[in-house]
Design a protein around this ligand. Structure first.
Ligand SMILES: Nc1ncnc2c1ncn2[C@@H]1O[C@H](COP(=O)(O)OP(=O)(O)OP(=O)(O)O)[C@@H](O)[C@H]1O
Ligand SMILES: [Mg+2]
Length: 359
C-alpha cells in the first residue's frame, strides 16, 4: 500500500541542521495498522508528513497504491512510473493528499464552525450537490457515533468527541489511507480507549490502512499489527507487534516494552533493594517471558520438582498484545548451581525466554 525507500529529510535553520529522517525504508501492507513509535524528536511526524508530501523529502521515493511512485531528487518531486521521469504537478499532489486522511493530537478543528460544517469542509470543492454532502456527512456522523452533536461547536465537545469529528472529517473523501499523528496523546485514558477502538473498527469495516504515530507502547500493543521503532531519524527495529513485544532487540525498544508491561516495576524493586539480590552461583533472579505458544504451561512447578530447585515468584504479569497473551514472571531460583542451570535450560527448551537479571 505504501512503500518508502531510502527517505532523507533535513531541516536547516539558522544555526542547526537536523537530520530528521535518516535513510528510512519501510513497507506498509494494505489494510494494516502500522505503528511508528519513538521519543520526542525521533522524526516520526517528519516521516509521516513526507507520506502525503506536506514535507518534501530531499531524496528517496514513496510508492502509494493507486497513485504510483514519487521520487525526490534534491527536494524536487518526480513521478517515475513506467520508466519515465516527469516532474510532478501540484494538482497531482492535491489529489494525493485528498486520498490520504490525517488526524492530529490537537484535532485542528475550525472553532467557529459546527460539527457538520467541519466534517463537510473537505467536500467543498468536490462537485457534490448540497444533498449529497448532507447525506455523506450524516453517514460519517453515524460512523463516528456523533449524530446528536451535528449542530454543536467544537468548544462544546469533549476531547474524545473532538477527535471523532476530526476522524469523520479525515474520512470525508473516502481515503484508503489514514495517517494518525499522536491522535490520542491529548486524551484521558477512557477517551483514548474509545478512539483506539474506533480506529480499529474503521480499519476492519472500511479496510482503511492506518499509519499511526505514538510515543506510547500501550497504543501500539492495543491496535497495531506492525511497528517501527524510530530513534534519531532512523528505524532501529521493525516487525510484527507481538514478535517485537515478546523479543525486543534494540535497547530503546526494550525500554518501550518495559514501560508498558508493568514489569518495569522490578527495576524499582531492585533499585530499592526490596528484592534481595545477594546472588550466589546457586541463586539467580530471572525473568521468564511466556509467549502465546507457551502460556499456561505448568512449567514452574514441574521444574522445581524435577530439578530440585526452589522457585519463588516475585512478580507476574500477563499482557494482551495484538490480541494475544504475553506473560512475564520475575522469579528467584535457588538450588545447587548445576541444578539451577539445568532447570533454566529446560525452561528455555520449552519456548520460554529466560534472562538472568540484576546480577
Ligand atoms: N519545520 C521544522 N523546522 C526545523 N526543524 C524541525 C522542523 N520540524 C521538525 N524539526 C526537527 O526535526 C526533528 C524531528 O522532529 P519530528 O517532529 O519529526 O519528531 P517527532 O518524533 O514527531 O517528535 P514528537 O514526538 O515530539 O512529536 C526534531 O529535532 C525537530 O526539532
Ligand atoms: Mg511529532
Amino acid at each position: 500500500m505504501i512503500e518508502i525507500r531510502n527517505l532523507q529529510k533535513h531541516f536547516v535553520t539558522k544555526d542547526v541542521n537536523v537530520h530528521a529522517v535518516n535513510d528510512v525504508s519501510l513497507k506498509v501492507e494494505e489494510g494494516e495498522i502500522y505503528g511508528i513509535i519513538g521519543y520526542s524528536g525521533a522524526g516520526k511526524s517528519s516521516l509521516v508528513r513526507c507520506i502525503n508530501f506536506l514535507e518534501y523529502p530531499e531524496s528517496g521515493s514513496i510508492t502509494i497504491k493507486g497513485f504510483g511512485t514519487i521520487e525526490s531528487d534534491n527536494g524536487v518531486l518526480y513521478r517515475t512510473d513506467g520508466g519515465q521521469k516527469t516532474r510532478i504537478k501540484e494538482k497531482d499532489l492535491r489529489n494525493l493528499r485528498r486520498s490520504i486522511g490525517m488526524i492530529f493530537q490537537l484535532f485542528n478543528l475550525m472553532d467557529r464552525s459546527t460539527v457538520f460544517d467541519n466534517i463537510a469542509y473537505p467536500l467543498k470543492y468536490t462537485g457534490l450537490s448540497k444533498e449529497e454532502i448532507e447525506e455523506k456527512v450524516n453517514k460519517l456522523l453515524k460512523l463516528v457515533d456523533l449524530e446528536e452533536k451535528r449542530d454543536s461547536y467544537p468548544g462544546q465537545l469533549s476531547g474524545g468527541q473532538k477527535q471523532r469529528v476530526a476522524i469523520a472529517r479525515a474520512l470525508a473523501n473516502d481515503p484508503k489511507i489514514l495517517l494518525s499523528d499522536e491522535a490520542t496523546s491529548a486524551l484521558d485514558p477512557d477517551a483514548t480507549e474509545s478512539i483506539l477502538k474506533l480506529l480499529k473498527d474503521l480499519n476492519k469495516q472500511l479496510g482503511i490502512t492506518i499509519v499511526l504515530i505514538t510515543h506510547e507502547m500501550a497504543v501500539i500493543k492495543q491496535i497495531a499489527d506492525k511497528v517501527a521503532v524510530m530513534e534519531d531519524g532512523k528505524v532501529v527495529e521493525e516487525g510484527e507487534v507481538y514478535e517485537i513485544f515478546s523479543d525486543p532487540k534494540a535497547e530503546i525498544t526494550r525500554k518501550f516494552v518495559e514501560t508498558s508491561s508493568g514489569l518495569e516495576k522490578i527495576n524499582k524493586l531492585i533499585e530499592n533493594r526490596t528484592v534481595d539480590l545477594n546472588n550466589s552461583d546457586g541463586r539467580k533472579l530471572i525473568k521468564l517471558t511466556f509467549t502465546k505458544d507457551s502460556v499456561g504451561e505448568a512449567l514452574i512447578s514441574k521444574v522445581s520438582r524435577d530439578y530440585n530447585v526452589d522457585i519463588s515468584i516475585v512478580l507476574a504479569n500477563v499482557d494482551i498484545v495484538a490480541e494475544n497473551a504475553l506473560g512475564g514472571i520475575i522469579a528467584d531460583i535457588s538450588g545447587k548451581p548445576e541444578d539451577v542451570n539445568e532447570a533454566l535450560d529446560y525452561i528455555s527448551s520449552n519456548g520460554v525466554r529466560v534472562e538472568v537479571i540484576g546480577r
